[in-house]
Design a protein around this ligand. Structure first.
Ligand code: 3PY
Length: 255
């Protein structure tokens, strides 16, 4: 079952997620066992190549959590690799236009809805029992999530139409801030960036779709959950690891 899709459809509580940037199925399992609804396998900025993605995705799915893959860029072959590995959805960074969004959705759907190619049983083998070929095609088209990151000025301007084409519009606040001329410095967000974030939240709601956002910690995640975001990333493996190591050493040294 696609847990992220289920939580988003029920819409009773936000779907909280964690971000995997380090390779290894042990890392995937730690994140997936935490109680998160979804784990993002970050092939854009994380140290995760194609082989590491193929380790991470089934490790997360086996624990009943949704593996979502952030592909490095919008390239149809990357969508294919991610979905073939068994991801429950793809997160696409830096989308700009309605045309790009349409092309992305077509790449993620088997015909007749789109132009995704078939050739690998790997995704099917994540299910027990293994679905038949026709069952898998139908299930993939029905349940795999298309999620795009709104983090450019162009996408911000076209956000309502983009939202109507995908399952979730997901904000990358750092890139969005950079691209509208208001970078986040020391965690401080310019009022214009706050405004852009609210515009995306409202555009998704107007299109009858869900919205999500990347956060750097629990407090910020709670704030956006209270505002009405439905798909929220709470922490990354890298920052969490660093925070615990620094804190433990400081405590041990009596600092
Ligand atoms: C952003 O904030 O730009 C992101 O995409 C988070 O990784």
């Amino acid at each position: 079952a696609n847990r992220l899709k289920q939580v988003l459809e029920e819409n009773k509580r936000p779907a909280m997620g964690l971000w995997q940037m380090l390779p290894g199925s042990n890392v995937s399992r730690i994140l997936a066992r935490s109680g998160a609804d979804w784990v993002l396998v970050d092939c854009e900025h994380g140290n995760i190549d194609d082989a590491a993605m193929h380790e991470a995705v089934p490790a997360i799915a086996a624990l009943g959590v949704s593996p979502i893959v952030r592909i490095p860029d919008f390239q149809p072959w990357m969508v294919k690799r991610a979905l073939d590995s068994g991801a429950h959805g793809i997160l696409v960074p830096l989308i700009r236009t309605v045309e790009e969004t349409k092309s992305l959705v077509a790449s993620a759907k088997f015909p007749p809805l789109g132009r995704r190619g078939f050739g690998s049983p790997i995704a099917m083998q994540n299910f027990s029992p293994i679905p038949t070929f026709t069952e898998y095609l139908q299930q993939a088209n029905d349940s795999l999530l298309t999620i795009v990151q709104i983090e450019t000025r162009e996408a911000l301007e076209a956000v309502e139409e983009i939202a109507s084409l995908v399952d979730v519009v997901f904000i990358g606040p750092f890139d969005l801030g950079n691209n509208i001329g208001h970078p986040i410095i020391d965690g401080k967000m310019d009022p214009e960036l706050d405004e852009a974030i609210l515009k995306i939240l409202h555009a998704a709601a107007a299109a009858g779709k869900r919205s999500g956002i990347f956060c750097t910690g629990g407090e910020q995640a709670k704030k956006y959950a209270d505002l009405g975001f439905q798909m929220i990333s709470v922490a990354t493996d890298l920052t969490a690891l660093e925070a615990v190591m620094l804190d433990s050493l400081a405590v041990a040294r009596g600092e």
